[in-house]
Design a protein around this ligand. Sequence first.
Ligand SMILES: O=C[C@H](O)[C@H](O)[C@H](O)COP(=O)(O)O
Length: 286
Amino acid sequence: MSTTPSSAPDASAAQLIEKSKFLAANRAVTEHLSPTYRHIGIGSGSTVIHVVDVISKLGANITSPMTFYPTGDQSRDLIQAAGFRLGYISDLSPGHALDVCFDGADEVDPCLNLIKGGGACLLQEKLVATAARKFVCVADSRKISNHLGTAWKKGIPIEVFPMAVPQVLGELERLGSLSAQVRSGLPGKAGACVTDNGLRIVDAVFKPLLTELPEGKQEGEEGVWTVDGLARRLIEIPGVAEHGLFYGKSGLEVESGGAQKPVAAYFGMEDGSVMVQTLEKGLVKA
Ligand SMILES: O=C[C@H](O)[C@H](O)[C@H](O)COP(=O)(O)O
């Protein structure tokens, strides 16, 4: 049986999504990359490909004085393929901040909390985002959400030391995770997914995460958590290197860097428009 009739709409839907990612990237770079900047963080995933493409089109006059810092193997390759100067955050002197970091997300809530790590990158992403004075998120409309865990249903990605996996799985169950499993490698690769840091990813599904606890409720009661409550609890588990919840203060509140939440999230919409979400204005047309 031919697959053409059913695959054709899928192909055009995928093209629309790619176009929307490009539009969001274009807007984010236009509004947040000053030509005076010298140190730029580049995140991971399919949306960031458009970010690099847009920056590249600015031309060497603008980009050659800049150094670009990757969040993993994929973004390192993107930076090199674009002919940009590559730097590593491990070479930054203490207290030295990047000017801006652009990265994608798997889900974004109204407080700009994020789930990241759907592509197995999160530890280096958190390091680069928090090393930047300004973290800007770029995504498409599928990532907009009222509560983390409702749009991205595969679970919170957690980067775990291999020897700690059984203990971490047990602890996640105790915390009320509805399902927690070690992520498999790519199709055709036997065994688990191995991160750029040589670690494993555990995907842990929880009930949708709240931004505030209902009155009289305790964190974790009946498996109900706030983003902040669960994020703090997860990082306390021995054997967890990092998790994919980006939470806490936003870049606007921490001017010198150190914020996990972006100053703004740009979403490419299917109708060709771009929406931008900030703490001050909420979700509005860019
Ligand atoms: O692990 C991957 C990263 O956190 C990505 O930034 C995230 O998964 C979003 O990726 P994409 O832009 O492909 O949706």
